[in-house]
Design a protein around this ligand. Structure first.
Ligand code: CS2
Length: 493
């Protein structure tokens, strides 16, 4: 039987594998992370591991999954250790990350997690709970008070259920104990992510205890961030391949690309690592970086995911290898680019070229269906904001409209070859209901455009927008994804 990666087997690893240079038994937990999926392990945890390697032992991470025990079950037998595999087709490197000191499952012990977050050693709470984990209305960004989980947290914060609930409960406990708040760093692809988690927490706190709300408003810090690294879900094949390379098995491994970027608004409530030393950029203005990333990288990702998945293309690198889809991405970027105010230091032409190279990374095997998930939560910031800005400037939105139409087509739950797909989206039941009630394609588009949780009224009420998306949907039906991507029909703005 293959041995498992753990503190005891670290020394058995091949010499080319980098490993922690610090004494893990002396590490303190300074960070609690909510939502310890692959992205956290390949991104933020690596920076905290850098800090530990540099000798600053304040930055161990306690990870928490909100519900699933999977990551805890993967990492607990491994003493929290896992391998970061960085690949780009030509090169591969491996490094053992030691930052994660433990993993909790929030639903198993909510009080224990709140207690851990209230430790005086904890200075930072990071989150990757996906767009839907904030319980915000995607179109307006306000807390969904009618949601049963949010309502449960508002009624009783002693055993929270939601991420905003855990943050609020832990801040309440810290205040009671006379401790300063921790800094809350949202690392999800939401626009103004800091302001959004802040307003969700303030809204919740206000309903529980108005004085708590005032304290958080005055003392708390919720910096905005831009986070970037492509991290595909780990597959059983990845785990098997790594086991044969390392000679030990690692159920918690993550694979990623060489590129990584983290930009944080310089606003903290207390201690933090020397971020700049570890490649993290601190700035006063994250917004322009975030817009560029959401509209270029994520906008193209989502559009490609729907078009590619509809056409039966399994991976992103396969999709951009199709000339018409590659040309489509360039047109989409051409449209999105005019809506951006590039921050100093961002050369859009170079950024676009780099993105295309990243999408073409054959080693990542990033599944189009993975990106297709939760589209209703992603569309507003990835494609709709761009559409709104373009239409406001009297500019056409051909490529963007095709991306949006492809999302609608995906909601039908079938690929072009007729394969049934499970639409993984919190609004899947609602979109399915609307689609089946419509009598023709134009009616389907209209029914989805009227979904106010996704499409702001200002946009869905714009006849040019409606026409562009309807035409694109009809094109998709007639020509298929690859055909529609190569045959843009000019529509006057
Ligand atoms: C992707 C992102 O799954 C998705 O929706 O677009 O996770 C993307 O890979 C990251 O934002 C890259 O930083």
């Amino acid at each position: 039987m293959t041995l498992r990666l753990s503190s005891g087997t670290l020394s058995a690893l091949p010499p080319q594998v980098a490993r922690p240079t610090y004494d893990r038994s002396r590490v303190r937990i300074g960070v609690v992370h909510l939502g310890i999926g692959a992205f956290h392990r390949a991104h933020q945890a690596v920076v905290f591991d850098d800090a530990l390697n540099a000798g600053d032992l304040r930055w161990g991470v306690l990870g928490a999954s909100l519900r699933s025990p999977d990551v805890r079950n993967q990492l607990a037998p491994q003493d929290g250790l896992y391998t970061l595999v960085i690949e780009d087709g030509a090169t591969q490197s491996m490094r053992i990350i030691g930052a994660v000191q433990g993993v909790m499952v929030a639903s198993e012990d909510p009080g224990g997690l709140v207690e851990a977050m209230a430790s005086p050693d904890v200075h930072i709470v990071t989150l990757t709970v996906t767009e839907k984990g904030y319980y915000l209305d995607p179109a307006s960004g306000t807390l969904k008070l009618e949601d049963p989980s949010v309502a449960a947290d508002v009624a009783d914060l002693s055993a929270p259920v939601t991420a905003p609930g855990f943050v609020t409960a832990a801040l309440r406990l810290r205040r009671r104990r006379g401790l300063p708040p921790f800094t809350v760093i949202s690392c999800d692809n939401l626009p103004h992510n800091g302001a959004r988690i802040r307003s969700a927490v303030l809204e919740m706190a206000g309903r529980v205890d108005p004085e708590l709300r005032d304290w958080i408003a005055a003392e708390g810090a919720f910096p905005q961030t831009m986070i970037d690294r492509i991290v595909p879900a780990t597959t059983p094949e990845d785990i098997a391949a790594l086991a044969s390379e390392l000679g030990v098995s690692d159920q918690g491994m993550v694979k990623t690309e060489p590129f990584t970027q983290w930009i944080i608004e310089d606003r903290f409530a207390g201690e933090r690592p020397d971020f700049a030393r570890f490649g993290v950029q601190l700035t006063e203005a994250v917004g322009p970086w975030e817009d560029a990333k959401l509209r270029l990288l994520n906008g193209a990702h989502s559009a490609l995911a729907y078009l590619g998945a509809l056409a039966g293309l399994e991976y992103v690198h396969e999709a951009v290898a199709v000339p018409s889809l590659k040309a489509f991405v360039e047109r989409l970027w051409g449209e999105a680019e005019t809506t951006l105010t590039p921050p100093p230091g961002l050369d859009i032409a170079a950024y676009r070229a780099e993105l295309m190279a990243r999408f073409s990374n054959t080693a990542l095997r990033h599944r189009t269906r993975q990106i297709a998930m939760d589209g209703s939560q992603k569309l507003p910031q990835r494609l709709l904001a761009t559409a709104q800005a373009r239409l406001g400037a009297g500019q056409p939105i051909l490529a963007i409209a095709l991306g949006i139409a492809a999302w609608m087509r995906w909601q039908e739950g079938r690929t072009e070859a007729g394969a049934v797909v499970a639409v993984e989206d919190p609004l899947a039941a609602e979109t399915a209901r609307r689609l089946s009630a419509a009598t023709d394609d134009a009616g389907k588009v209209a029914a989805l455009l009227d979904l106010e949780a996704v499409f702001p009224r200002a946009l869905s009420g714009d006849p040019t927008f409606r026409r562009a998306v309807t035409e694109a949907f009809l094109d998709l039906r007639r020509l298929g994804a690859v055909g529609a991507a190569s045959a843009p029909v000019e529509i006057a703005a």
